[in-house]
Design a protein around this ligand. Structure first.
Ligand SMILES: Nc1ncnc2c1ncn2[C@@H]1O[C@H](COP(=O)(O)OP(=O)(O)OP(=O)(O)O)[C@@H](O)[C@H]1O
Length: 238
C-alpha cells in the first residue's frame, strides 16, 4: 500500500520482462496513489522505458501483475487500458507534424468518462488555444510536450505515464514542463514519469523510485533527494 496515499491507483507486483534472452526487468514492485506524481529515476538502460511499456500493454511482462484500481490489467491490450484511463506520453511525443494543434488534439477518440473537452484543454493550457491553427511541429519543445500531454487527457487519461518529458530541453522549457505537471496534478490526474533530472524531479514529484538493472533499489522522498543530490547526480552520471 502506498504510504503517501490511502488509495492506490496503480500497483505493480514483481514484474519481469525480457527482450529475447535478455531479462531487463528483474521483478519490479511499486504502488502509485491517487493524485500522486511519482518518478522513475535511473541510468540509461536500467529498464525504465520497458516498465512504462509493460504498464501500457506495449510490451508483455514475462511474469508479475499490474493492477489499475484493484483490477488485474496485466494481459489487457493497450486500447483497453486507454479506456480504463491510462495515457502514455512517449519520449518522441508522437505529434503528427502535418496536422494542426487542434487536429492533433481531436484526432484520437475520446475513450473514457474522464475525457477532457477541448474547452477544458484550452482552459488548462491557454498556449494551445492561441496556437490551435498552427502545425504541431511549429511549437517549441515544451509546447509539443504540452500538446502530447493534453491529447491523452482529452482521450480520457487519469493516470499519465510520461517517458522523460524534459529530455533534451533547455532549462526554460524544463520549467515549462514543471508547470504542465503541476497543472495536471491540480486537475487530480496521477502521474508516473521517467526523469533523469533529479533536481527537477524533486520540484514536481512527491516520491521517487531509483531503478537499477531492472529493479527498484531505493524509494526516496523529496527531503532525501535534496540531502543526497550530489551522490545521486554522480550515480546517474550527470
Ligand atoms: N526493443 C528492444 N530490443 C532489445 N533490447 C532492448 C529493446 N529495448 C530496450 N532494450 C534493452 O533493454 C534494456 C532496458 O532498456 P530501457 O529502454 O527500458 O531502459 P531505460 O532505463 O528506459 O533507458 P533509456 O533512458 O536509455 O531508454 C537496455 O539494455 C536496452 O538496450
Amino acid at each position: 500500500m502506498s504510504e503517501a496515499n490511502d488509495r492506490t491507483v496503480l500497483r505493480i507486483e514483481n514484474v519481469t520482462a525480457s527482450y529475447g534472452e535478455a531479462q531487463v526487468l528483474q521483478g519490479v514492485s511499486l504502488d502509485v496513489g491517487a493524485g500522486e506524481v511519482v518518478t522513475l529515476v535511473g541510468r540509461n538502460g536500467a529498464g525504465k522505458t520497458t516498465l512504462l511499456r509493460c504498464l501500457m500493454g506495449l510490451h508483455r511482462p514475462a511474469s508479475g501483475r499490474v493492477e489499475l484500481d484493484g483490477r488485474d490489467i496485466t494481459k489487457l491490450p493497450p486500447h483497453k487500458r486507454c479506456k480504463l484511463g491510462l495515457g502514455y506520453v512517449p519520449d518522441d511525443r508522437g505529434i503528427y507534424s502535418t496536422l494542426t494543434v487542434e487536429e492533433n488534439l481531436t484526432l484520437p477518440p475520446r475513450t473514457g468518462p474522464d475525457a477532457w473537452s477541448l474547452r477544458q484543454v484550452y482552459d488548462a493550457f491557454p498556449v494551445l488555444a492561441e496556437r490551435r491553427k498552427q502545425a504541431g511541429t511549429h511549437l517549441s519543445g515544451g509546447e509539443q510536450q504540452m500538446l502530447s500531454v493534453a491529447r491523452v487527457l482529452r482521450m480520457g487519461a487519469r493516470l499519465l505515464l510520461a517517458d522523460e518529458p524534459t529530455e533534451g530541453l533547455a532549462p526554460l522549457l524544463v520549467r515549462q514542463i514543471g508547470e504542465i505537471i503541476r497543472t495536471v496534478k491540480e486537475h487530480g490526474v496521477t502521474v508516473l514519469l521517467i526523469e533523469q533530472n533529479i533536481h527537477f524531479a524533486a520540484t514536481v514529484a512527491d516520491r521517487h523510485h531509483l531503478i537499477a538493472q531492472g529493479r527498484v533499489v531505493e524509494s526516496l522522498d523529496n527531503a532525501e533527494v535534496a540531502r543526497r543530490e550530489h551522490e545521486l547526480l554522480e550515480y546517474l552520471g550527470i
